[in-house]
Design a protein around this ligand. Structure first.
Ligand code: ADP
Ligand code: MG
Length: 416
């Protein structure tokens, strides 16, 4: 079987699929160094999991996988940071699968994600990598009927409880309150996009879930971005965690070229976008806007101009959201217009262009948004529509991430 990475390196026909190994190695910052693996085979876990990893197309571990799986298996609290698109999901997936005792009919691990779309994506990875094992999975998110959700968590007719529950905080909390999800035997809590999950919007729900877990349960937190506030909070509830961190200056990926277009006024953005689309026909792109209203306005205008686009934001029903993302994932629509709802975590390898129709307000959002392109070392292109009022924001982003955002040159099509 060919390594995805190698295969893409050797590909001559599709330049944009070329990959290179993620550049900067995340390094442990405290004395608890569990070392690193060179091969997935070096892991002391059930072979069936390793079979699943190879079957999924991974041949060699990425830097975060080399270092991040071991401390989870060792039963430590873990804080793990790595650039977007470098394989954090499989890090906690393999670590979690390795901790499960399939012969015990109990729920042993809980994985939390901030949106149902991300939870679904994670659920798919777990089921694929775990497919040769006897480990059972449950997805607990809005959109699944609460009755079915409860039934499955309780074990259903044949009394087989899921070993691993993957879900969003709202639904998971609801399932705990209804005594459907029994937390007594949970030994591991994984929180993806952890800095977002420990911020104001989610912290109360996370807290409620956390205190319902047994004291001996371990916690593993993952994200590309972690700020001071995040560490203040984690200091309060984590027990001497193993930290694998990277410097903010090394967060941007070399493979993603970043540009701005000086659009002057908001009113000129739409025409600029049409100009760009007349050059960019290949591959898929995500356009980020700062409000649901602009997302819908842009969708109307683009549709009116005969573009096939999908759009998504938080004020849509679960099934509308599902339709939008599936159209985009299967390529029916090549353009997805989104708010920051899908700013984090979503992995669509074909995405090579990210357009910030609005420059994001939160500095972390920038790195997550542009990281939707350039997955696993692929090339990416990020274009920021900059009005007069955004100039300072763009400068701040450059400074914070120690990166360059240059004016978009005429030959920008060459960058993807
Ligand atoms: P992150 O969460 O760090 O942003 P993901 O876990 O979503 O990144 O992974 C990004 C992409 O890289 C996914 O498409 C995933 O399948 C792929 N990937 C992850 N690990 C490997 C590996 N070891 N070999 C090849 N591809 C990988
Ligand atoms: Mg991720």
């Amino acid at each position: 079987m060919t390594d995805k990475y190698e295969e893409n390196l050797n590909s001559t026909e599709s330049e944009n699929l070329k990959t290179h190994a993620p550049e900067t190695e995340p390094t442990p910052t405290n004395k608890d160094d569990y070392g690193s693996i060179e091969l997935f085979d070096d892991l002391d876990i059930d072979e069936k999991i390793i079979m699943g990893v190879f079957g999924y197309g991974y041949e060699k571990p990425s830097p975060i996988q080399k270092r991040g799986i071991l401390p989870i298996l060792a039963g430590r609290d873990v804080i793990a940071q790595a650039q977007s698109g470098t394989g954090k999901t499989a890090t906690f997936c393999i670590g979690t699968l390795g901790k499960i005792k399939p012969e015990e009919n109990t729920t042993q691990a809980l994985i939390l994600a901030h949106t149902r779309e991300l939870a679904l994506q994670i659920d798919t990875v777990f089921r694929q990598i775990g497919k040769h094992t006897d480990i059972r999975f449950n997805l607990s998110v809005k959109g699944i009927s609460p009755r079915d959700n409860i039934e499955e968590l309780k074990g259903g007719d044949d009394n087989k409880k899921p070993h691993i529950v993957i879900g969003t905080p709202g639904r998971v909390m609801d399932m705990i309150r209804k005594n459907a999800l029994s937390t007594n035997n949970i030994r591991l809590l994984v929180i993806d996009e952890a800095d977002e999950m420990l911020s104001d919007g989610f912290i109360e729900q996370i807290h409620e879930i956390f205190v319902s877990l047994p004291q001996i349960s371990k916690t593993a937190l993952f994200s590309a971005t972690m700020n001071e506030h995040f560490f203040t909070i984690t200091n309060k509830f984590m027990n001497n965690p193993v930290k694998i961190l990277i410097k903010t200056e090394t967060l941007t990926l070399e493979g993603i070229k970043q540009f701005y277009i000086d659009v002057e006024k908001h009113d000129y953005k739409f025409d600029t976008l049409c100009d760009i689309f007349s050059v960019l026909t290949v591959n898929q792109s995500i356009i980020y806007c700062n409000s649901q209203r602009i997302v819908e306005m842009l969708n109307d205008k683009l549709t009116h101009n005969n573009f096939t686009v999908s759009y998504i934001h938080g004020n849509m029903t679960s099934s509308e959201r599902e339709l939008a993302i599936s159209e985009f994932r299967n390529g029916t629509s090549k353009v997805l217009i989104s708010t920051d709802l899908l700013g984090r975590g979503i992995d669509v390898q074909q995405v090579s262009v990210v357009i910030n129709y609005d420059v994001p307000t939160k500095i972390e959002s920038y790195i997550h948004r542009i990281g939707r392109s350039g997955r696993y070392g692929r090339k990416g292109l990020a274009i920021n529509f900059m009005t007069y009022y955004d100039k300072q924001k763009v400068e701040n982003i450059e400074k914070y991430y120690n990166t360059q955002i240059e004016e978009l040159p005429g030959n920008f099509g060459d960058f993807i």
